[in-house]
Design a protein around this ligand. Sequence first.
Ligand SMILES: Cc1ncc(COP(=O)(O)O)c(C=O)c1O
Length: 393
Amino acid sequence: MHEDFFRYQAQTTPHPLAMEVSHAKGSYVYDKQGNSHLDFVAGVSVCSLGHCHPKVVKAIVEQTRKYMHVMVYGEFIQQPAVEFSKYLASLLPAKLETTYLVNSGTEAIEGAIKLARRFTGRSKLIAARNAYHGNTLGSLSLMSFEERKAPFRPLIPDISFLEFNSEDDLYKISMDTAAVILETIQGGAGFIMPKEGYLKKVKDRCSEVGALLILDEIQPGFGRTGSLFAFEHYQCIPDILVMGKGMASGLPVGGFTASYEIMNSLSDTPRLGHITTFGGNPVIAAAAMATLRELTNSNLIPETLEKEKHFRSRLKHPYIKEIRGKGLMLSLIMKNKDIANKLILSCAKKNLILFWLLFESKGVRITPPLTINTVEIDRGCDIIMQTLNELQQ
Ligand SMILES: Cc1ncc(COP(=O)(O)O)c(C=O)c1O
């Protein structure tokens, strides 16, 4: 299997972790050698309810028995997608009412870009430096790192950048801006939080000039930061909210939500302005509904803030310079890149799953399932602290 993985499955890096997975349950992933690995990453902020949560599995199995795919997105009325979209609307501010379901985060970003251009009749987009919005050509165009974009040019035109958290840059948002797109909390850049009042000022400037504000909540959304969506912490309601990752507890999904008026501009002139075969898939929508119900009917979301406190109290070491983030979207900022690498790789050998951040080489990701318990947090923190002490010797 190991050789076949490298030969027949396209690779993304020369050195993947290459654990051979047997099965996964709760906060643990089990390998083919019979080892259990405590998961502090949750498939990169995906498995919000842990691995194979019984309620999610039940919803998937029940829906699979009824029907799996009957039509492309948007033609037939399929209860799981309608129910999920309606329930989501009931939990969001009134203007965020109508949801377009797609298959991944980056596809949701593509949809949001098209929606903003279509609704405003403008083409210019403004993104933040060091942001990550996905890897398809449109999303990649929103990334500021030239070395990552150069081999894939030409990308989409009419994109400029502002500095995240810089009020001095707000003047760049003007009457010809279609949309400003920001991650509510910058993920790949190192879990950078918005400064108090910043997002609201961006929104106000957008409103002044008739531009839309798109917030990418693909990572912080669905409870990870102690509220259903992170924008709720910042008194700023986006015009378009983009989601994915943790939304269906492990099945591939994305979505973007806007007002009924904005969203429905995609359905006409041209007709079929945005289409997808698998978006809104009933099995995935059923998993998303089970996830959202469990998140909202339990204390899991507020508990993320207690769990954050616990992590912060346990992870104190001279090699940890800072812990960034909120709730269970945390990153350890290590003394240097070498220590970050060694920590991740040594912990992997001790059966604790940690992972890198995309652009912050000193960062170590801690984004466990929201269902993780105190005993598991302690067990993982013991491994981290022991490893750091060994590295210090
Ligand atoms: C903030 C953010 N936006 C967009 C994406 C892209 O999502 P996907 O990998 O599902 O296409 C990610 C994925 O890491 C992300 O973290």
